[in-house]
Design a protein around this ligand. Structure first.
Ligand code: MF3
Ligand code: CO
Length: 271
């Protein structure tokens, strides 16, 4: 479908009362090409750090690996100085839900579950993805949280198809979390990405089918569910203004994919 056909199809859907994306969220071929390059660096970065994710490394050392890899590829770490964020990556361990700030004093220990969230700017185009890592001997209950969170993301991903609703993604994720007696964090959600770090639409990881924006080929967004072993309640550090933790101090896990809506489904651009 070319942009002209798309425009009239969107006008028709809007007349039927649906929430449709503005054309600015439908990436052009030129934008898509740049975003793919950014996303390829972002995925390569996650692959690069993987063998370093072992007992004994400090989160500050992980930050340096991320900074050096990214800049050596002619790219910029998107988190660095983003709204005052002081580092190049978020490293969130155990009860830290997201936005963990790397530090010289936090050493990865056996039993930790760790999310590394990386975002890259290349030629002005943004990419974003995160993975979980298990350090040493991880108790079965924490391992299960990590696995169920990944499965929830995969189930959400299967809902990505043109003319579906973004609410279908959240409904699938929430159903899988609930089935496993985990809770879903509501304060943070997936988001459009590519021309900026955070764009419309917002992708809730809970909610109802057939609600929210219609998915259209050429849209790009993240799906990045955070599941908690205990209650969904979170708090933001008063000390650093960033670190998000569970209120009950029980573990939380997150995986994040960056996804393109295609003519017949989806393509994962960074993972
Ligand atoms: N990477 C996060 C996301 O998934 C955003 C982190 S903002 C930062 O949207 F400033 F903390 F890096
Ligand atoms: Co994101």
């Amino acid at each position: 479908m070319d942009r002209k056909e798309l425009r009239s199809k969107l006008a028709q859907l809007q007349a039927e009362g649906k929430i449709v994306p503005p054309m600015s969220l439908i990436k052009t071929e030129e934008q898509l090409q740049g975003i793919r390059e950014s996303a390829a660096i972002n995925t390569a970065l996650l692959d690069y750090i993987t063998p370093f994710m072992k007992e004994g490394i400090t989160t500050e050392e992980i930050d340096k690996l991320v900074y050096d890899f990214t800049t050596s590829h002619g790219a910029v770490p998107a988190p660095l100085n983003y709204e005052g964020y002081p580092k190049s990556v978020c490293v969130s361990i155990n009860e830290v839900v997201c936005h963990g700030i790397p530090s010289k004093t936090r050493v990865l220990r056996s039993g930790d579950i760790v999310n590394v969230d990386v975002s890259t700017i290349y030629k002005g185009y943004f990419s974003d993805a995160s993975r979980m890592f298990l350090i040493g001997e991880v108790p079965a209950a924490k391992k299960k949280l990590v696995e169920v969170t990944k499965d929830a993301l995969e189930l959400g991903l299967q809902e990505v198809k043109p003319w579906g609703h973004v609410g279908d993604i959240g409904a699938a994720i929430e159903a899988h979390a609930t089935k496993n007696r985990y809770s879903v964090v509501r304060e943070f959600c997936g988001h459009g990405v590519g021309n900026a770090f955070h764009e419309d639409p917002y992708i809730l990881h809970y909610g109802k089918r057939n609600t929210g924006m219609v998915m259209v080929p050429g849209m790009i967004f993240t799906i990045e569910p955070m599941l908690n072993m205990g209650s969904r309640n979170i708090s933001v550090s008063r000390k650093d203004g960033w670190t998000v933790t569970t209120v009950d101090k029980k573990p939380s896990a997150q995986w994040e994919y960056m996804v393109l809506v295609t003519e017949d489904g989806f393509e994962v651009l960074s993972h």
